[in-house]
Design a protein around this ligand. Structure first.
Ligand code: SAM
Length: 259
């Protein structure tokens, strides 16, 4: 209970709803995850580059392209973290478009805002950062032309609720693009993925005193959904079509779902 109370003040809930209205354990998990992302915020970008050898930039470009965002659109990036996908979306929709980027980690949003201040491209002024929860989006229904969520859905306790919310805020016919690690059905790829976490990710993260934080990654991939399960969940959450694509020999995956 003490943990819950400690975490309450750091969340902004624009809809003025009761924060902890459901059962205890999942919310405690969400609060723990929020703390985790606050802690890793200062080195998150550097570690992404190191651990993926820069490939995460390519995967993120693919995710944005799959979202179908185009010039002049109003688009949403959920679990924006330090803003990589939001910046890419901003380049796509241009100065006439608008990007809303949401996250519940205040520290991640601070990093995103300072990156926005440092970057000179005119279009980046079209990004608005919102502190909020992915399972209770503070936006009216049918307000966005496209949406992305990168490495976010895996970290969310109620993934169905998050997809339902994303479907609600998208205009009919619009798409969400969900990029994340791929939960493999091939034992060899799973072994490679887990070997990489144990022998590359955790040792590198321990150099930044974040070994425990990154050990969490292996279990979170194990507990995530396969491509088929993601497609099924999207259809159950209000999307009319869903297709999952494997990327980079099945190490990553991208779900594309149409409202
Ligand atoms: C692994 S980071 C990904 C950040 C960014 N999308 C990227 O690809 O670099 C996951 C982000 O999801 C956010 N997050 C997790 N659960 C959330 C929730 N329920 N509501 C809002 N943000 C959440 C975390 O704070 C964190 O910034």
């Amino acid at each position: 209970m003490a943990t819950l109370q400690l975490n309450l003040p750091s969340i902004t809930w624009p809809r003025n709803r009761p924060v902890f209205r459901s059962i205890l354990r999942p919310v405690q998990c969400a609060a723990e995850r929020q703390e985790l992302f606050n802690r890793i915020a200062p080195v998150y970008d550097k570690l992404n580059d190191l651990l993926s050898l820069g490939l995460h930039r390519v995967w993120k470009r693919m995710a944005v392209s799959w979202s179908g965002a185009k010039e002049g659109d109003t688009v949403l990036d959920v679990c924006c973290g330090s803003g990589d996908l939001a910046f890419l979306l901003s380049e796509r929709v241009g100065v006439k478009g608008k990007v809303i980027a949401l996250d519940f980690s205040r520290e991640q949003l601070q990093v995103a805002k300072s990156r926005q201040r440092e970057r000179l491209k005119e279009c980046y002024k079209n990004i608005e950062w919102v502190e909020g929860n992915a399972v209770d989006l503070p936006f009216p229904s049918s307000s966005f032309d496209a949406a992305t969520i990168g490495y976010g859905l895996r970290n969310i306790v109620d993934r169905g609720k998050c997809l339902m919310e994303m479907s609600r805020v998208l205009k009919p016919g619009s798409k969400v693009s969900v990029l994340d690690f791929n939960k493999n059905t091939h034992p060899l790829t799973t072994s490679i993925q887990e070997w990489l976490v144990d022998n590359v990710v955790v040792p590198v993260a321990s150099g930044y005193d974040l070994a425990t934080e990154y050990q969490y990654l292996k279990n979170s991939i194990r507990e995530y959904l396969t491509g088929d399960e993601l497609e099924k969940l999207a259809l159950e959450s209000g999307f009319s079509a869903a297709e999952h694509f494997e990327i980079s020999f099945g190490l990553m995956g991208n779900l594309v779902a149409t409202r």
